[in-house]
Design a protein around this ligand. Sequence first.
Ligand SMILES: [Zn+2]
Length: 433
Amino acid sequence: MPELPEVETVVRGLKQYILNKSINKVDVYYSKQIYGDINKVVDKRIIDIKRKGKNIIICFENNLFMIVHLRMEGKFYIKNHDEEISKHEHVVFVFNDFDLRYHDTRKFGEIHIQDNDYVDVGVEATSITYEALEGNKPIKEILLDQKKIAGIGNIYADEICFYAKVMPNEILPKDKYDLVIKGAKEILEKSIKLGGCTIRSYNSLGIEGSFQNELMVHTVDRCKVCGTKIAITRVAGRSTYYCPKCQKNNIIIGLTGGIACGKSTVVNLLKKKNYNIIDTDLIVKDLWEKEKTINDLKKLFNLDEVNKSIIRDLVFNDEKKRIMLNNYMHPVVKRIALSKIKDGVNIMDVPLLFESNFDKECDYTICVYLDNEEAKRRLMERDNISESDAIKRINSQMDIAKKRKLSTFFVDNSKGEAYRIKNLDEILKNIGI
Ligand SMILES: [Zn+2]
């Protein structure tokens, strides 16, 4: 989606072609993106073309304005009159010597004809104010809110957060306001100078920008400052790229696996590297010793007496009660685990990493993988149980193949110790630690 620099590039391109000219005729091939009477622009001279946020404002004589929002895929092309109209060219503005064609594969763009140049957006992203940055929301969400700050989309929001060394999901501390304001101005102005980003299919009027080569985090593999693998998460519903080392001083690696997958052998290897290991099983064990936990669970399940085995029996065959228990335990465990994070590398050992949404707190995730057949064999041997009991226990958890797919990396634990060590070292090297 074109953001402020890309739209500014389109505005500058349009000026070269159509400023001071008049439209002879408008041919509409798809009308649902047009608001107002588009025929009003015929025979009126274009006296200015400007931009507000991501909106293009074409000003005609006699106080008539055409406001274009390109949204996802809107583009303009200059073509000869006799060139065939392509499937995605929805509006053709016919000038004396050429056509200006509005092309939009996704049809999300909008063209408004109005008698004023009003657009309901906030301050320009190149001159953000303190007030615009205020609000009890993640900084990325505020940067993307066009009613507060106009012109920033997913790409530049990530870049601005990197510049200011803040996490996109954090509430911006006041002492970082100046850095975000300065970063937005510098980054956007530099991108305008380079013609914006040309990524995926985006280019308009045939202009190829080159700011994609200057991106520090967005869609980048490794941090250009510290070499760490760029992590990906979701903020404000958007794919979000950041460097954990540069933007928050610590790296959190979630570690999970299936039953009898040999996760503890991997934990032992990681312990030797002197990383901060946070074992959520130990946190749960501690919680069961706490009077508060017992009292909370008595209240939750309306019981006079509570201990670990009573609760285990209670939830074993009762899905609803198991969810109640998890809804109580997971947030408590998560809060305690997060309080144990230190600067540097942290290994978050969480058997139910994805089930408890704990992966969202991690920069990367590693799944210790063992296929179900091998896990079953090891489980029967280790716990001396029957095949059907082993299968039942394996099936009671999220499928290991799914966990592997959800993880950033996986360690194949079926090929012996030497392979396991090599595999893990490769992953750590890839992360850059
Ligand atoms: Zn970095």
